[in-house]
Every structure is written in structure tokens, then in C-alpha cells.
Design a binder for this molecule. Sequence first.
Ligand SMILES: [Zn+2]
Length: 256
Amino acid sequence: MKSTNILKYAKRKGSSPRSSALLEHPIRENCEEIDGNRGFHLKNENLTFPGVTRRIKEVFYPGFKHIDKNKKRPRKGTCSSISIGNRVHSELFHITNCKDKCLCKEPPKKRLHRFTKKAIDKFKEMEITIEESEVMIVSRGMRLGTRLDLVGTMFKGQENESMVVVSIKTGIPGTYRNPQKMNAPLDFLGSEPRNHNQLQGMIEHIILDRDYGIDVQEYLIMYLGKDGVIVESLESWCRSKTNRDNVFSAVSRAKH
Ligand SMILES: [Zn+2]
């Protein structure tokens, strides 16, 4: 693997930071997950951050209802796409993060799922070196945290390489015939899976920009399907500064 420690921290804006800008960022040492998937904790500042998914739904999905945590939750899906997703994510975690010793709660089976193989083939084809999986990031401003699926470096010819963040989705997202609109300021978008995934990427971008000083140039959403792999970049609405500022404000206002 190429040395990535030349650039310690990313310059703000306009640079193409390597993954070390994030992977060696000082915030990382202080960030830990709260047991039982209950969010994230910044030790040195004693701040806690809930996960991003629920907040996105509350703010942007039309008609989202609060679910009382004390009430009985609806039965957890036995839907195969969820368990395939979990399996693929844990296999990618094991391959990426368990170099000297296994850090998995439950080490994956020897035989990799075909989606995991497809993802690895795609990384080779695109000259992407994955360096770390499940990278925790937190936003003080929006008061939330999340994990980036995969962080790595994309080689684009000599002396031209860039940090890449890859979000992995199992299954190809469907579209709705007449989707409801998302809530303002994203009411120009239909509330459907593809846009939800783009929005998730946009929020991760905003966090990396504001809290880590990293302007990610390459953000890919990789859909692993039975019939093939679709790789998408973030759309222009996610990259617009106005939209980003508006989304940041909407999420910040909703924090509690
Ligand atoms: Zn492992």
C-alpha cells in the first residue's frame, strides 16, 4: 500500500485530501461508540451524539412519526436484504480492519457472500484501496454521529490520488411512481430510497467539511445487486453550498 502519511491534515477546500486526513484526525482518538448502538461519545469533551438515521427521518421524511422508545417496537425485519446487508458489511469490516487480529464480535464465515466479492472486484477495477471500514464521525453543530462504511484512496494516475468514501448498499433501490416530496428545504425531491441515500451522503459530507476540515472529492454509493453493481456519485444538489447550508440549519434546529 502506498504511503498515505505525507499529508497529515487536509487543507480546507479545494484540496484533494488523502484518507490520512480523516484516519489520523485527532477527533478519532476521542470518539467511541456507546454500547448497544445508542450513539457516539466524545470522551474529552464529554458530549454524546445520537445516530444520523433517525434524525434524517424526523427532519426530512414526510409524515415521520416519533416512535416511543418504551413502547414495543415493531417486529424486527427478518427480511433477507437486511441480513445480507449485515453480512456484507461485516465481511468488508473483517477484510479491511482485522489485519493483525480479528476485531469482530463474530468473525464472518470463510466463504464470502457474492455481493462482497462483487464489491472487492469493483474496487480493483476502479483502483480504490480501502483502508478502513466503519469509521465513526461526529458533528458538533448538528449534534449527531454516524459511521462511514468505507474510507480509502482512489488512485487516478501518478501523483493524483484522492480520499474516497464509499457507502455500500445491498440491493438496487426501487423508485416510486408518485413519491411524496421530502420536507423543506429538500421539497424539490421525491421521498424515495435513492434520494434518501444521497441525502445520507450529503450529511456525511457536511460533517467531514465542518468538523474535520475535509472536502471529500470522491463520494461513491455502491449498490450491490443480483445482476450487477451500480456506482453513483453524489448529485449536484448534494454538492451545492446553499443546499448544504440549508440542510445543516434544518438538522441543527431539530436537535434535542
Ligand atoms: Zn474480524
